[in-house]
Design a protein around this ligand. Structure first.
Ligand SMILES: Nc1ncnc2c1ncn2[C@@H]1O[C@H](COP(=O)(O)OP(=O)(O)OP(=O)(O)O)[C@@H](O)[C@H]1O
Length: 773
C-alpha cells in the first residue's frame, strides 16, 4: 500500500469487494471505506477501483509496447500516442477507427479488446450508470460480460434476467424499451415467462405453476408492462423453447423454475435412500428396559403414543415427529436422546469430546428455536445455516459443509423451505439417523414448498403424530384453544375471561388504542416490555404492524432527551426492541431474532462515517451502519410469519376484518401458539371465525408425487369452499356475552378525535392477567 487519505498506518491492508481480474504485479487504486470485519479485522470495503495507468507520453509508449499488447512494438506505440496525445486510453476506446492507418483490422480488434479488458471497466461502468441500477449489480454485470457488457445490454437486456441476480423482468424491460427492443420479441416473452414462474413460487409458495396459469399470467405481465398485444401461440412456443433449452423444467403440465425443480428432485433422491430403512433392531424387552431407565431419569411416564415415537426414532434411520403445542414433542425428544445414548453408549457430556465431534447434532431454522432446543435439552444446538456453514440466504452460491455426527434432530421443520431442505438433506452422511420435529398445522415455510407437511404424507417414512395435550394439567387454556382452532372450532368459552387468556371486542380503528391501554397496564405492573409481544398479520393500515409499533414505541421507549435515528418510516432509539429480518450467519444473527438497541453512534464518531446502531441479540453484539438498517425493524409488534419458531410470555393477537385477505386457520393457530403464559385476543368475533373456518390452500408442490404417491386433486387446490363454510354456531351465541362494546367505541370521522374509548377490561382483569401493580 503506497498511499491513503485515511488514518491507516500499516503498510498492508485487506481489500474486500467486487473486484474484476486483478493481475499480480500491476498497481491499482482502491476507493472505499475502512471497516472492521468481526472475523477478519480491519479491511477496506471497496466501492470502486481503477488500474493505475501511465499518463506521460514516454510511459505510455513503454506501456503500449509492453507484453500486455502483443504485436505492438515501440514504433507503433509512438504512432498511437501521436494520434491521441491526450487522454490516450479513453481516446482509443472511444474512437478506435482512428487507428486504422496504424494497425490492420485484425490487430486493431485484438488491441482494443486487450485494452478494454484492462481499462474498460470504469468506462463501461460509467456508461451503465444511465440505467440507474445499483452499483453492486453494475459490477456483477461487468464481471460476467466484461468488454461485451454494453453490447449485451443493447442487443438482449433480457439476458440479464437469467444471469444476474437482482435484475428482474421489469428492470430489464425498461432497459429494452430504452434500447428500442420490440415488445413482441421472443427474448422479451422468455424473460417474462421466467419471471412469472419464479415470482409465482416466491409469492404463493408453490414450487411449480400450471402451464395454463403461466400462459395467462405471462400475457398479463407482458401486456401491462408495455402497450402491446401478445399472441398465446407465441408464448406457448417460447415455453417449449425454454423447456428444450433447459431454462425451465416440466412434469406434464407443471412448469418449474430450475432451482426448485432440482431441489425437490434432490430431496426425493436423498430421502428415498432413507425410506423404510431400519437403523437398529431393538427387541421389546430391551426397549422396555431402556424406556424405564429414561422415565426414571426424567421422572415422567410416557404414554403409548409417545413410547411408539421413541421406539420408531431408535429403530428407523428417518423419523418424523409432529404434534400441536403441549403434546410432548420436547419431552419425547429428550427421551429419544437419552434412549439413543443408552442404546449406543453415547456419553452425553459434550465437554468430554475434545478430539471427536459430539455425535448428536441439534439444529433449527431460526436462532431463537435453536437456543430453545439448547435450553431444553442442555445439549448444543445451532441454526441450520450455521451448522451447514451457509453464509447467506442465497443458497445457490453456498456449497456448505457435510454434517458429522450420528444423530440429527431438526426442530421447527415446518419452517424449512424446499431450497434449505435440499441443502440440509444433501449434507447428511449415509449413516446418520435423522429426526424431523415440527407442527404440521402451523404456517408453512416463508420460502416455497411445504416440505414438512409433504413428507408426512409419505407412508414410507416412519412418523408419529402426537395429539394428546399434556399441558392441560397445568391450567393452560391457551393450549386447548389452539387445538380447537386447529380442528376448525372456536370453543364455546372463546370470549370468556380466563386466567391465561381473554377476548376484547374491537374494530380496526380501536386496535392501536386498546393495545396501548393493555401495554400501559403491563408497564404499570412492572413487567418487562420485551415480554409482551403483539402479533399482527399485516404491515399497513391503522391496525397494521407499522402503526402499532409506533404506538408501542412511544409508550415503552419514549424519546425524552436522547438521540434517535430516522430510517424510512421508522425511528430507532436506544432501548428499542428490534427484529432481525434476514439470515446473517457470519454475525450469528438470523431472520426472526429479537434484539435490543444498546447504542446509537452518530457518523462523526464512527469509522464507517455513517450513523451506526449497536444491538444486542441475546448478548451477541451486532453493529450496523445506516446502509444495513434495512435488515432490522421495530419488534414491539411483528408479523405472525416472523414469529414462527419463537415464544413469548404474553401475546396480543388482533384479528379484524381489515386483515381479511390474510385470515386463515393456520395463521391464527401459529399466532396463539406463540403465547406461553397469557394471551389477549383483540378484534371482532367474525374475523376470528373467518380465520378458523378458512383452511388455507395447500401449496402446489410435486414432492409427494415424486415418491409415487398420488395427491387427490382437492388437496392440491386447497379448501376453495372454505370462505363459504359456516363457522361453528356455538360461538355465535356466546359472542355477545362478557363483551363490552358500547356504541361510543365505534369511531366515526366525527368522533375520532374527541372520544377516548376505554377498553372493556377492569383493573381486576389486568391483575388477573399481569399480576398486582
Ligand atoms: N407423558 C407425559 N406425562 C406427563 N406430563 C407430560 C407428558 N408428556 C409431556 N408432558 C408435559 O406436558 C408439557 C408439554 O410438553 P412439551 O413441552 O414436551 O410439549 P411440546 O409439544 O414440546 O410443546 P410446545 O410445542 O408447546 O413447546 C410439559 O410440561 C411436559 O412435562
Amino acid at each position: 500500500m503506497t498511499d491513503t487519505n485515511t488514518d491507516f498506518s500499516d503498510s498492508e491492508i485487506v481489500v474486500n469487494g467486487i473486484i474484476g481480474d486483478v493481475v499480480e504485479g500491476e498497481s491499482y487504486k482502491f476507493y472505499g471505506e475502512l471497516t472492521n470485519h468481526p472475523k477478519y479485522g480491519e479491511q477496506l470495503k471497496v466501492s470502486t477501483y481503477e488500474k493505475n495507468v501511465p499518463t506521460s507520453g514516454a510511459g505510455l509508449v513503454k506501456y503500449l509496447s509492453s507484453e500486455h499488447f502483443p504485436g505492438i512494438g515501440q514504433k507503433t506505440a509512438e504512432k498511437i500516442v501521436a494520434i491521441f496525445p491526450e487522454n490516450t486510453i479513453d481516446g482509443i476506446l472511444d474512437e478506435p477507427e482512428r487507428l486504422s492507418g496504424v494497425l490492420t483490422d485484425v490487430k486493431l480488434k485484438a488491441f482494443v479488446k486487450r485494452l478494454s479488458e484492462n481499462h474498460g471497466m470504469e468506462k463501461i461502468l460509467s456508461k451503465l450508470a444511465k440505467y440507474e441500477l445499483p452499483s453492486k449489480i453494475n459490477f456483477q454485470i461487468y464481471e460476467l460480460y466484461k468488454e461485451d457488457t454494453l453490447e449485451v445490454i443493447k442487443d438482449n437486456p433480457y439476458q440479464l434476467v437469467f444471469e444476474i441476480k437482482g435484475i428482474g423482468f421489469k428492470k430489464a424491460d425498461k432497459i429494452a424499451e430504452d434500447e428500442g427492443i420490440s415488445a413482441t420479441s421472443d427474448a422479451r416473452i422468455q424473460a417474462g415467462l421466467i419471471h412469472t414462474v419464479l415470482t409465482n413460487s416466491l409469492e404463493i409458495g408453490d414450487t411449480y405453476i400450471e402451464a395454463r396459469d403461466l400462459l395467462e399470467k405471462t400475457i398479463d405481465l407482458l401486456e401491462s408492462a408495455r402497450n402491446v398485444e401478445i399472441l398465446p401461440n407465441q408464448v406457448v412456443e417460447n415455453i417449449n423453447f425454454l423447456l428444450s433449452d433447459g431454462k425451465l423444467q416440466a412434469n406434464d403440465t407443471k412448469i418449474f423454475e430450475n432451482s426448485l425443480y432440482f431441489a425437490e428432485d434432490g430431496i426425493h433422491q436423498r430421502l428415498s435412500k432413507l425410506a423404510n430403512r431400519i437403523s437398529e433392531t431393538v427387541d421389546a424387552d430391551k426397549f422396555d428396559t431402556i424406556i424405564q431407565e429414561v422415565e426414571a431419569a426424567l421422572d415422567i411416564r410416557y404414554d403409548s403414543l409417545q413410547k411408539d415415537a421413541i421406539y420408531k426414532a431408535l429403530t428407523h434411520q428417518f423419523f418424523i415427529l409432529t404434534g400441536g403445542p403441549g403434546t410432548g414433542k420436547t419431552t419425547v425428544i429428550k427421551g429419544i436422546i437419552r434412549a439413543y445414548a443408552a442404546l449406543h453408549k453415547v456419553d452425553l457430556n459434550p465437554d468430554n469430546y475434545t478430539d471427536d465431534v459430539f455425535p448428536i447434532v441439534q439444529v433449527a431454522p431460526t436462532g431463537r428455536a435453536a437456543r430453545r432446543m439448547n435450553e431444553l435439552t442442555s445439549l448444543p444446538a445451532a441454526t441450520i445455516h450455521r451448522q451447514l456453514g451457509l453464509n447467506s440466504d442465497d443458497l445457490e452460491d453456498d456449497f456448505g459443509n457435510d454434517l458429522s455426527g450420528s444423530l440429527l434432530i431438526v426442530d421447527e421443520f415446518s419452517m424449512v423451505d424446499t431450497w434449505l431442505a435440499n441443502k440440509l438433506f444433501a449434507a447428511i452422511p449415509p449413516s446418520m439417523t435423522v429426526i424431523l420435529v415440527g407442527d404440521a398445522d402451523q404456517l408453512p415455510s416463508v420460502g416455497p414448498g411445504q416440505v414438512f407437511a409433504d413428507l408426512l404424507k409419505i407412508p414410507d417414512f416412519a412418523s408419529v403424530k402426537l395429539d394428546k395435550i399434556f399441558r392441560q394439567g397445568e391450567g393452560s387454556t391457551i393450549t386447548n384453544l389452539a387445538h380447537g382452532i386447529k380442528d376448525g372450532q372456536l370453543p364455546p368459552d372463546f370470549t370468556a375471561k380466563k386466567p391465561d387468556r381473554s377476548y376484547i371486542e374491537s374494530n380496526a380503528a380501536n386496535i392501536p388504542n386498546y393495545i396501548g391501554q393493555i401495554a400501559s397496564a403491563w408497564l404499570k405492573r412492572g413487567n418487562d416490555p420485551f415480554d409482551l409481544q403483539v402479533l399482527i398479520p399485516m404491515y399497513k393500515g391503522i391496525a397494521g404492524i407499522n402503526h402499532v409499533n409506533k404506538v408501542l414505541q412511544e409508550l415503552f421507549n419514549p424519546l425524552e432527551e436522547r438521540l434517535e435515528f430516522a430510517f424510512q418510516e421508522t425511528v430507532f432509539r436506544q432501548g428499542d426492541k428490534v427484529l432481525h429480518l434476514v439470515n446473517e450467519a457470519a454475525l450469528d444473527v438470523f431472520n426472526g431474532d429479537i434484539g435490543e438497541i444498546t447504542d446509537l453512534v452518530p457518523a462523526k464518531y464512527t469509522e464507517s462515517k455513517q450513523d451506526e446502531i449497536v444491538m444486542s441479540f441475546d448478548g451477541n453484539e451486532v453493529i450496523y451502519p445506516r446502509g444495513e438498517w434495512y435488515k432490522i425493524t421495530l419488534a414491539y409488534a411483528m408479523s405472525i410469519h416472523k414469529s414462527q419458531g419463537s415464544e413469548f410470555p404474553s401475546v396480543i393477537v388482533p384479528m379484524v376484518s381489515s386483515y381479511s385477505r390474510m385470515l386463515e386457520r393456520n395463521l391464527l393457530y401459529t399466532a396463539i401458539t406463540r403465547a406461553k403464559q397469557s394471551l389477549i385476543l383483540l378484534g371482532d368475533s367474525r374475523s376470528f371465525q373467518t380465520a378458523v373456518a378458512r383452511q388455507g390452500a395447500n401449496r402446489k408442490t410435486y414432492l409427494v408425487e415424486r415418491f409415487g404417491i398420488e395427491v387427490p386433486e382437492s388437496e392440491v387446490h386447497g379448501d376453495q369452499a372454505a370462505e363459504t363454510v359456516e363457522p361453528s354456531l356455538v360461538v355465535e351465541e356466546v359472542v355477545s356475552e362478557n363483551v363490552t362494546a358500547p356504541e361510543s367505541y365505534i369511531l366515526t370521522e366525527d368522533n375520532v378525535t374527541t372520544i377516548d374509548p376505554m377498553i372493556g377490561l377492569t383493573e381486576q382483569d389486568f391483575e388477573l392477567f399481569f399480576g398486582q401493580s
